[in-house]
Design a protein around this ligand. Structure first.
Ligand SMILES: [Zn+2]
Length: 225
């Protein structure tokens, strides 16, 4: 059994445009931890073209959120898979929790697998204004879906650095679309953030600085600097 109470669990949270994806990549490079991403799990699951697979595709195409029980069933599968490994140094969680009850469920799930001794929720903070500005300017690869934030060297990239694909602005990255996502973040996700704060697990990071600056602050906060 892989469970041990030294396992590092890092939960990444941030409003749209906070640069979570970029920070996730940097953390992975530096710490070599396992990864649980709701987006990735959904993309993987929809390849199975059964009832749930098709339903996930429909949901994503319409821009709807996949409901919690479905996300959690994917999540529990992934946690179970990790628990079978010889050792689990740690893992990074991205894309959930999106609500207060997802935070509570995650807490219980981590407790079940005995990975609840070293949990940190990293909240990358940026203002609504900054979020809107960044999202309106970010681009996505047509072929592989990689997101290019309007940050640092990514600003000048013309083709996808992974697959050479063409870059385009996401259709829902409009002022209206971004405002909707920000409102959702405030009503739904912020209660989860406050939950981790109450539990003493929250680390707030200033997201309105360079990519390297944010990365430095995160590593320092989790004692890896
Ligand atoms: Zn690409």
């Amino acid at each position: 059994m892989a469970s041990n109470n030294k396992t590092d669990v890092i939960i990444l949270i941030g409003p749209p445009g906070a640069g979570k994806g970029t920070q996730l990549e940097l953390l992975q490079e530096k710490l070599h931890l396992d990864y649980i991403g709701s987006g990735e799990l959904l993309r993987e699951r929809k390849k199975t073209e059964d009832f749930t697979g098709k339903k996930i595709s429909q949901c994503i195409d319409k821009g709807n959120r996949v409901p919690t029980p479905v996300i959690f069933y994917l999540w529990m599968g992934k946690l179970e898979e990790l628990s079978c490994k010889e050792t689990v140094k740690g893992f990074i969680i991205d894309g959930s929790p999106r609500t207060l009850y997802e935070a509570e469920m995650l807490d219980l799930a981590l407790g079940w697998y005995e990975w609840d001794q070293n949990v940190r929720a990293i909240f990358i903070k940026i203002s609504a204004k900054e979020s809107i500005q960044r999202l309106l300017k970010r681009r996505m690869c047509k072929d592989c879906g990689r997101i290019f934030p309007y940050l640092g060297e990514f600003r000048h990239i013309e083709k996808c650095d992974e697959c050479g694909g063409e870059l385009y602005a996401r259709p829902d990255d409009t002022v209206e679309g971004v405002k909707k996502r920000l409102a959702w973040f405030k009503t739904d996700v912020m209660p989860a953030v406050r939950y981790f704060k109450k539990r003493g697990l929250l680390i707030e990071i200033n997201g309105e600085q360079s990519v390297a600056g944010v990365s430095h602050d995160i590593l320092e906060a989790i004692g890896q600097k």
